[in-house]
Design a protein around this ligand. Structure first.
Ligand SMILES: [Fe+2]
Length: 354
């Protein structure tokens, strides 16, 4: 049955349809607040394969007491015992190289750091790239929107006119993944800064600890995973882009990674499979591989007791360690609202088998 007029009334007395029409008009009228980062797709843009590079994690140089990062002015609030810490009273842009080393270590330890009230979004693009490059060479995404002339920026953007996020065939859009895990040298300390977000709330990022996901398994099961390798593939992502008329800037690759990896600084073991990119277990028959991966994906997705929600306020920068976490976007806001964010994705070491 269609909703009655009363059901469409908001407490303020304005009906929902009028509100939506107004939001669409405003959205189209105003344009993005940060047009420099409007997603840019150039079908002619091409990148060569990524060459191997030497990598030393900056966290390995850090003072464990973190005196440059956690000063008397800094407050921290843990979001869960396993991962996630909200931080106020420090500007990432003001950190010394020692402070950035400590940021790498703290991110590895806490897995996700939510920095509030940052000036990061208003720095020059060159300075933003310089800061993130402290943590490794920045991955240039093969298919996503970037910023014109600055392919280091991976732009996440949704509004009425631009929605690459939807999939009408899915009942929900939760999609656990670790970013571009198909790369040979996978991302480590990763930066994500919000430019605009829906007034209605929503658009949080879900995160989970792959260390705790591993720890929850029985010693016998952990032993079975030891030595296994899995294929991570960029092929579906490239195909998705091609079907929608988007670019394929670099030929898609497939890479084998250990199912359990060790963090180079903390020494913690983490599961390293994700539904987004992990396709099969090397050496297993199809049914065996599907059986094991289904269990691991379910285990990860259902682990609400080792997950958090990263929330956004104007000026929020979220930093996470892609080696020991998985995350999912939350598409719980209507596309009449604009959400605009940018990721900088430094690559780290070839995964160390656990
Ligand atoms: Fe992601």
């Amino acid at each position: 049955m269609a909703p009655s007029v009363a059901e469409l009334q908001t407490p303020g007395g304005v009906d929902v349809i009028t509100n939506l029409k107004h939001a669409v008009k405003e959205n189209l009228k105003t344009g993005p607040s940060y047009p420099f980062y409007y997603p840019h797709f150039d079908l002619e843009e091409k990148f060569p394969p990524i060459e191997p590079f030497e990598f030393t994690d900056p966290g390995s140089r850090a003072n464990p007491a973190k005196p440059h990062l956690l000063t008397a002015n800094t407050t921290t609030h843990h979001l869960s015992p396993y991962l996630g810490t909200e931080i106020t009273g420090v500007q990432i842009s003001q950190l010394t190289p020692e402070g950035l080393d400590e940021l790498a270590l703290y991110t590895a330890e806490r897995k996700v750091l939510v920095f509030r009230d940052q000036d990061f979004k208003d720095l020059s693009p060159e300075r933003q790239i310089e800061i993130a490059s402290h943590f490794g060479p920045i991955q240039k995404h093969p298919t996503s929107g970037n910023a014109k002339g600055f392919p280091e920026f991976h732009v996440v953007y949704r509004d009425t006119e631009h929605d690459r996020f939807g999939d009408p065939d899915r009942a929900n859009l939760t999609g656990w993944h670790s970013d571009v895990s198909y790369e040979r040298q996978t991302p480590g300390t990763t930066f994500f800064f919000i430019l605009e977000q829906p007034e209605t709330g929503g658009g949080d990022t879900l995160f989970l600890s792959q260390v705790e996901a591993y720890n929850r398994l029985s010693p016998e099961f952990q032993k079975r995973l030891e030595g296994l390798r899995a294929v991570h593939s960029a092929v579906a992502q490239a195909e998705f882009s091609r079907k929608r008329g988007g670019p394929i800037r670099r030929e898609p690759i497939e890479t084998e990674h250990p199912v359990v990896r060790v963090h180079p600084v903390t020494g913690e073991k983490a599961l390293y499979v994700n539904q987004g990119f992990t396709r099969r277990i090397v050496g297993f028959k199809t049914e065996e591989s599907e059986y094991l991966l289904k269990f691991l994906f379910d285990h990860i997705a259902k682990g609400a007791d080792f997950q958090i929600r990263g929330t956004y306020q104007p000026g929020t920068v979220v930093v996470w360690d892609n080696r020991v976490t998985a995350h999912s976007a939350t598409r719980d806001f209507d596309k009449v609202h604009r959400r605009h964010a940018v990721r900088l994705t430094p690559q780290a070491e070839v995964p160390i088998p656990g």
